[in-house]
Design a protein around this ligand. Structure first.
Ligand code: HEC
Ligand code: HEC
Length: 211
């Protein structure tokens, strides 16, 4: 599916829903309160990333439980076009620095919910790549920078645990193909350069199931 067409569709739905939501809020408060204390700026994010940042659509990243510094860096990188995202660009254009800090803090505080791995659980090739890398190909262990459980190391190394395999795959491929270049010291580009599509798919499936 064309991601941009999908995004346009979601945005349309959100605008209609946004009117309904704000109307309902003036009529009666404290009803169907999924997440409490949601900043106003976060309403537009829900259409793609889910109300609590645990997106249900595999091509939209989960942002719940991610380190706030990393989330803020991505928003700024996208705004400055250092990370190219046609889908996010129009959205971040409307955000100032303070909005970005508020949003990053809000989504970082939401509990992350993993998605079960399809076939790369314990003992799998995906686990092997994550924990020990691919020594023959010179691929280092993902765990060495992203932590043994994929929880990341703030501020520079993002949490990966529980992220959609589909999104992980597209990002690693984007680093490999030099389409995403916002990694300090080319750290991810060097890792991804030596990986095949099969390696990436296996490790992405393992990552999705990490808690
Ligand atoms: C129309 C769908 C859509 C909306 C609405 C949206 N996003 Fe995104 N977001 C995406 C997509 C898709 C990506 C992945 C980058 C890409 O493929 O372009 C992304 C990426 C991100 C990232 C980087 C995540 C990572 O792990 O690197 C952050 C942070 C983010 N969005 C925050 C937000 C915030 C905050 C809002 C609300 C102000 C928002 N997004 C609204 C679709 C959306
Ligand atoms: C040398 C350290 C290092 C190693 C090893 C490493 N990464 Fe990364 N990774 C990073 C850094 C730094 C970033 C953040 C880039 C940025 O600032 O946007 C990152 C970002 C990512 C992202 C993007 C996350 C998001 O939410 O968009 C994915 C996916 C990823 N790494 C997967 C992997 C996988 C899979 C492996 C193992 C094959 C791996 N990484 C090994 C340093 C590393």
């Amino acid at each position: 599916m064309d991601l941009r067409k999908y995004a346009a569709l979601i945005m349309g739905v959100m605008m209609v829903a946004g009117v309904a939501v704000s109307h309902a809020e003036t009529d009666d408060d404290e009803e169907d309160d999924v997440v409490s204390n949601v900043p106003a700026q976060a309403q537009i994010c829900a259409g793609c990333h889910g109300p609590d940042g645990n997106s249900l659509v595999p091509m939209f990243p989960k942002i719940a439980g991610q380190h706030p510094e990393y989330l803020e860096k991505q928003l700024k990188n996208i705004k400055e076009n250092v990370r190219v995202s046609p889908v996010m660009a129009g959205i971040v254009a409307t955000l100032n620095d303070e909005d970005m800090t508020i949003l990053a803090t809000h989504f970082a505080e939401q509990p992350a919910r993993p998605t079960p791995s399809v076939s790369n659980g314990p003992g799998s090739i995906g686990e092997k790549i994550f924990q020990t890398g691919i020594p023959g190909a010179g691929v280092p262990a993902c765990a060495s920078c992203h932590g043994a459980n994929g929880q990341g190391i703030a501020p520079g190394f993002p949490r990966l645990a529980g992220q959609h395999a589909n999104y992980v795959t597209t990002q690693v491929q984007a680093f490999r193909d030099d389409q995403r270049k916002n990694d300090a010291a080319k750290m991810m580009r060097m890792v991804a350069a030596k990986m095949t599509d099969a390696d990436i798919a296996a490790v992405a499936d393992y990552i999705q199931g990490l808690k």
